[in-house]
Design a protein. Structure first.
Length: 195
């Protein structure tokens, strides 16, 4: 599969007026994913200044239930690697039995909604363990249910060991490009197979 990522910089007016952008878009062949980010620059009516509200994620975040969609999209708004994060979620949630959960906070009571503001847990349905990964939409950090080792270091050179927190979750990586996305998926597969 071949992916092409193109980024145009400019104000909405400059992009609308650009003949080069119009020609490139016209010639673009192939399909476009429904999950796309579009800029949310809003003009403040009182000052005529543009206010940057990050990116608007169109379409659903893979695996996230309806009650958590808007919260997770808001977190993705300022993640510069939001598309790679969405690609990670698309792939990981396609694996057999993977379910995405929000978190029950310490004050959670029966009937309360789950919390989607900090991180999400990807869990293999029927597993006796917790999540095989915890994902942070706002930063693209992925925390794996793995122990750091030479094998992990070779498989994912951008991964780093954790020395604090739950002893079963000792490997992190931050998705910031296609290379770290591939490494994150390889680590997630290891963690998935181990649960």
């Amino acid at each position: 599969m071949k992916l092409t990522y193109v980024c145009f910089e400019g104000t909405p007016q400059e992009l609308d007026e650009s003949e080069a952008v119009r020609e490139l878009v016209r010639q673009w062949s192939g399909t476009v994913d429904t999950v796309r980010r579009t800029p949310r620059a809003v003009v403040d009516p009182e000052s005529d200044d543009e206010v940057d509200f990050g990116w608007l994620v169109e379409g659903d975040v893979p695996g996230v239930v309806e009650e958590g969609q808007s919260t997770v999209k808001a977190q993705l708004a300022f993640n510069p690697a939001a598309q790679q994060f969405l690609d990670f979620m698309m792939e990981a949630t396609s694996w057999e039995g993977v379910v995405v959960h929000g978190i029950k906070r310490k004050t959670w009571q029966e009937g309360d909604p789950l919390d989607y503001t900090g991180y999400l847990r990807l869990r293999r349905k029927g597993s006796q363990y917790g999540g095989f990964v915890y994902v942070f939409a706002s930063t693209g950090v992925i925390n794996f249910r793995l122990q750091y080792s030479d094998e992990i270091a070779e498989l994912a050179p951008d991964a780093y060991p954790l020395t604090k927190g739950n002893y079963q979750y000792r490997v992190n990586i931050q998705i910031h490009d296609e290379s770290t996305l591939k490494q994150a998926l390889a680590l997630a597969e290891l963690a998935y197979d181990a649960t």
